[in-house]
Design a protein around this ligand. Structure first.
Ligand SMILES: *Cc1c(COP(=O)(O)O)cnc(C)c1O
Length: 423
């Protein structure tokens, strides 16, 4: 059998299920081992003094290091990282990928590489807590002004935010989180990309568009295909999928990813060999886990919607026909995912009574693992969010967020059913 290699026109014609298993690895590279080895070495030997000079010149002076450039030192690049990046790039339909120690490491390096003091930036709302903290803390401290877009589906809303931002300085970047957590709010990536093209005529450069794709992941949404320049994913969630590692990824063109990777070398926030290898292992079952968890989530969302003790369910599969969100969802997403929110009738007391009776669901933050998780948003993930903003994003004392795993759906539904009896 011919091995699947990067030279095969970036996986052209092969399904993600196939690419996730073998893309980019040739057993002939490692004693015929069917599975890629972990290379733990922190440093790599040069064959000669002249070769050492060439390698450094290529890395630092560019243009870009060649695909088969020799390794120098593991903070710059290492074999396990390189293979993982090849596979992540093909799954996102990207030219290039850079993997990081966490999702936040990918987000912060992206912002620092593509924004300068005196610039402004736009972002959709609500934002992941860590991203919000980064923009309104350290980045604001560096003289970068973040401006929220009230409605990511409305061109007028983006225009209004841009008008405010331009008073501070040129817009260097537009950061989109879609679907948003926990509102499941949708932003129209193609509309925002077209707006950025317009903006290029009013200021000296086109803003970079980054999309945080964590909430759905690469199997259900490919932001680069809709006009985003950069796609950021916390691999801690669906791709890792077992709640036993932290990782992040950035994909896009060589031109946009390159400067961020160079900054990663300086910050030292690359992904280590063991985690890279764990992720390669996780990716093999990613499509299988995703399919099962998504099907489970659909069944659970339907069960909760019909339950007398449940007030409402915020699940992407239930978007209203004919709404603007549904139209963009149908164009942009390939599925509803397996994380959603619902409101129980009553308040904190009823929510807590139910949570404390659950036996199969684990009470914890995070999402995308094989195990089903549940948490009370107001007192955990949104603890630091002021109550008025919490209400604005739809988080009340009765809101619960669940991440559905791959257990048997009947057991999950039975567990929720018995626990709801207590509320
Ligand atoms: C978890 C998460 C992140 C941060 O990822 P880490 O791997 O925890 O650093 C960023 N964005 C979203 C939407 C997330 O859910």
């Amino acid at each position: 059998m011919t091995p699947v290699t990067p030279e095969d026109a970036a996986g052209e014609g092969l399904h993600p299920d196939t690419l996730a298993v073998g893309f980019g690895y040739d057993p002939a590279e490692a004693y015929g081992a069917v599975k890629p080895p972990i290379v733990l070495s922190s440093t790599f030997a040069y064959p000669s003094a002249a070769a050492a000079k060439d390698v450094h010149r290529a890395y630092f002076d560019g243009p870009a290091p060649e695909k088969d450039a020799p390794f120098i030192y593991a903070r710059l690049d290492h074999p396990s990282l390189k293979l993982l990046q090849t596979r992540l790039a093909v799954l996102d339909g990207a030219e290039d990928a850079a993997a990081f120690a966490s999702g936040m490491a990918a987000i912060s390096a992206t912002m620092l590489a593509h924004l300068k003091p005196g610039q402004s930036m736009l972002h959709t709302t609500p934002l992941y807590g860590g991203t919000h903290g980064l923009l309104y803390g350290p980045l604001t401290g560096l003289g970068i002004r973040p401006v929220p877009i009230a409605d990511g589906l409305s061109r007028e809303s983006v225009e209004a935010a841009a008008k405010t931002a331009l008073q501070h300085g040129p817009i260097g970047l537009i950061h989109v989180e879609s679907p948003a957590n926990p509102t499941a709010g949708i932003a129209d990536i193609a509309m925002i990309a077209a707006f950025a093209d317009e903006l290029a005529k009013r200021q000296d450069a086109r803003p970079v568009i980054s999309v945080d794709n964590t909430f759905l992941g690469s199997l259900l949404q490919r932001p680069l295909a809709h006009g985003a320049d950069l796609c950021i994913t916390s691999l801690t969630k669906y791709a890792g999928g077992h709640s036993d590692l932290l990782g992040g990824c950035l994909t896009g063109s060589l031109e946009r990813v390159g400067p961020v990777r160079m900054l990663r070398t300086l910050l030292g926030t690359h992904m280590d060999p063991f985690t890279s290898w764990l992720l390669l292992r996780s990716l093999e079952t990613f499509p299988l886990r995703n399919a099962r968890a998504n099907a489970n989530a659909g069944a659970i969302a339907a069960f909760l919607r019909d339950h007398p003790k449940v007030e409402s369910v915020t699940y992407l599969g239930f978007l209203e026909q004919g709404s603007a969100a549904k139209a963009v969802y149908d164009r942009q997403c390939r599925g509803a995912g397996s994380t959603f929110s619902f409101k129980i009738r009553g308040g904190e007391a009823e929510a807590f009574a139910m949570l404390d009776r659950l036996k199969v669901f684990r009470m914890a933050v995070s999402l995308g693992g094989t195990e089903s998780l549940i948490c009370h948003s107001a007192t955990t993930t949104h603890y630091l969010v002021p109550p008025d903003i919490r209400r604005e994003v739809g988080v009340t004392d009765s809101s619960l967020r669940i991440s559905v795993g791959i257990e048997h759906p009947d057991d999950l539904i039975a567990d929720l059913d018995q626990a709801l009896k207590a509320s």
